[in-house]
Design a binder for this molecule. Sequence first.
Ligand code: ATP
Length: 201
Amino acid sequence: MVKIGITGGIGSGKTTIATLLKDRGYPVYIADSEASVLINTHPSIRKALTDQFGSSLYDKGVLNKKKLSDIIFKDKNALSLVNHIVHPVVMEDFIAWSQQQRTNLVFFESAILFEANLAAHFDVIICIYASLQTRIERVRKRDGISPEKVMERIKNQWSDEKKCQQSDFIIYTDRDLDINRQTTEIVKRIESKYFRSPESI
Ligand code: ATP
């Protein structure tokens, strides 16, 4: 089974590509959504976070997101602490989930795959790329926020250029016409690299 990471900046089109892959029958693990579930349900995350930040971090068993983001905003080390607690559990969960899949390829989508130091877990990494201008415009429209606010979010992550330089493949999404074709091409190349039959080598 080939484990494929999908990454890219805010508004680059990761969710769009993930949906396209799911529609084609490929399993895609959306790290951000799964992390939000695990942070509420996984005993070792809950214990580590409450040991660190106090039991009032959870209200009646549900993470108080506002409280956590206030803590992270005030203390730079807190974010890295939270990441060190959450990311290993997410990866464990992804591995367990992968083992239940019945396909040759499984995908893992995360905006912060490189920032969180997860690249070594994957056989192949695909970077989703759109120009800064396109991303600002998309997120502005989607989330109804100012370009300045979008830029603030973008600045908290690595640049798309840096992510793409360290990836195996890039899908360009500025124009929507050919994302289908690019995805097909990349999947074909991955399949032929990993599953080429001996007689065709
Ligand atoms: P985030 O990290 O902020 O969740 P993302 O990388 O997952 O963003 P998407 O949610 O896929 O990005 O795309 C952001 C917005 O841009 C969405 O409203 C989506 O419909 C639109 N979009 C994405 N790709 C394209 C495309 N190729 N052409 C036109 N619009 C697109």
